[in-house]
Design a protein around this ligand. Structure first.
Ligand SMILES: Cc1ncc(COP(=O)(O)O)c(C=O)c1O
Length: 410
């Protein structure tokens, strides 16, 4: 909408409707009209079972039912309860023992961590660095806060992570701004499913060290999908790299229990600073708690109590981890089936590792998506391709879908 009646535009381009919610609504409507078996809805960003039902970890649900009324009713401290902060460190770090000054601030989901990091570690008018394939709300959040995204090309001509592109854009920003905020979504990047490997991290680390000679750097690792990527320890091996940084670099992890505990609706997440000094850690707590007070105030207490209870009880934690591992296996199989079939169908695939989504690069994603929709196939058109949620379709459909997409493209 270009002009508002009463509302202010405030640096935003607000679409009339949310693209993904609208697609989902059309998929549901078609499903009711022609039957569920004639519709493929690969738009949803939550893990569904093969019957299209939301996956919920029953051990988590059981623990939730055991909470006391006070756990729901009482306010949580602005930065989160002490036990929650302890649990978050265990959840995010796994076996890694941090040598940094670690500080945790609770946020409503991973989205809250993103909003706080942009609000507090970039200035109005700044450009925030992320890849050219990115999760839409990165643009919403930066726009709302009068910042802009600066996009580096995520993959090079050999379809490898573009270390050079990353370094070039970062160094340009570092020359222009006093500080640079970087948003890296890994592992299982949304929308591509790519996970940065050791070599990519070495390149990032080198580039950050170089750029930090010119500007302060905040390196935000959006790890929303970390517990659905694969082996929990293997996918945390990047953590030590974050601790080998100059003193004007602040690594922060964005952690979400939306996926990890299937608690999407409870808005439970955190931002974790791995600060190079005690002062930077104390400042992190101060500014982010202040910002929280000015936006959502405190986060949901019941989610925090639940997470603390799970991490305090070894048996319960083991059953949650075991249950999640089963669903993770299901998701990994779907992702493999989809990516193999894309290649067999002769289609290009954006480098994929794991996670909820995979992308096929296309010249005219909107037109292809429209034609797919006519055939009852719902995917999300992005700027550079279509996003398929393997999280919301069965392994069998993952295998069939690329052939159907290839037919439509031809
Ligand atoms: C890339 C990315 N970051 C963060 C989030 C955080 O989500 P939530 O606020 O539900 O925890 C999501 C969820 O879809 C995501 O895709």
């Amino acid at each position: 909408m270009a002009e508002y009646i009463m509302a202010e535009k405030n640096n935003r381009m607000i679409p009339e409707e949310d693209k993904i919610f609208a697609l989902n609504a059309r998929a549901k409507k078609m499903s009711e009209e022609v039957g569920r078996d004639k519709v493929i809805n690969a738009t949803i960003g939550s893990l569904l079972d093969d019957d299209g039902k939301l996956v919920m970890l029953l051990s988590v649900v059981k623990a939730l039912k055991g909470l006391e009324p006070l756990d729901f009713a009482e306010y949580a401290p602005i930065g989160g309860t002490t036990d929650f902060k302890k649990a978050v460190k265990k959840a995010a770090f796994g076996k890694h023992r941090s040598s940094s000054f670690v500080e945790v601030v609770a946020t409503p989901g991973g989205t809250g961590a993103l909003r706080n990091i942009v609000a507090n570690y970039s200035k109005i008018g700044d450009r925030v660095l992320t890849s050219d394939w990115f999760w839409g709300p990165y643009k919403t959040i930066t726009g709302e806060l009068y910042r802009e995204l600066c996009l580096y090309p995520m993959f090079d001509e050999n379809n490898r992570f573009n270390k050079k592109g990353f370094s070039e854009e970062l160094n340009k920003l570092a020359a222009d701004q006093e500080s640079v905020l970087i948003l890296l979504n890994t592992p299982s990047h949304n929308p591509t499913g790519y996970s940065l490997d050791g070599d990519d991290w070495n390149g990032i680390s080198e580039a950050v060290k170089e750029a930090s000679k010119k500007a302060r750097i905040t390196l935000f690792v959006d790890a929303a999908y970390i517990d659905f990527a694969g082996d929990e320890e293997e996918y945390r091996t990047f953590l030590p790299k974050l601790e080998d940084m100059p003193s004007n670099v602040l690594p922060v992890i964005g952690y979400s229990f939306s996926k990890t505990f299937t608690l999407y609706g409870m808005r439970c997440g955190a931002m974790i600073a791995m600060a190079p000094s005690e002062e930077i850690a104390a400042e992190f707590k101060l500014v982010n708690e202040f910002s929280a007070r000015g936006t959502w105030s405190n986060s949901t207490r019941s989610g925090q109590v639940l997470v603390s209870k799970v991490y305090e009880d070894e048996d319960l934690l083991e059953s949650v981890n075991k249950e999640r591992a089963g669903y993770r296996e299901m998701l990994i199989k779907r992702g493999k089936a989809f990516s193999n079939s894309v290649i067999e169908a002769g289609l290009p695939l954006v480098p994929f590792d794991s996670g909820f989504f995979s992308c096929i690069p296309l010249k005219d994603p909107a037109a292809v998506s429209k034609r797919l929709e006519e055939k009852g196939i719902f995917v999300v058109p992005l700027a550079k391709g279509i996003r398929v949620s393997v999280a919301s379709i069965s392994e069998e459909i993952c295998r069939k879908l690329p052939g159907m997409i290839a037919e439509v493209i031809e």
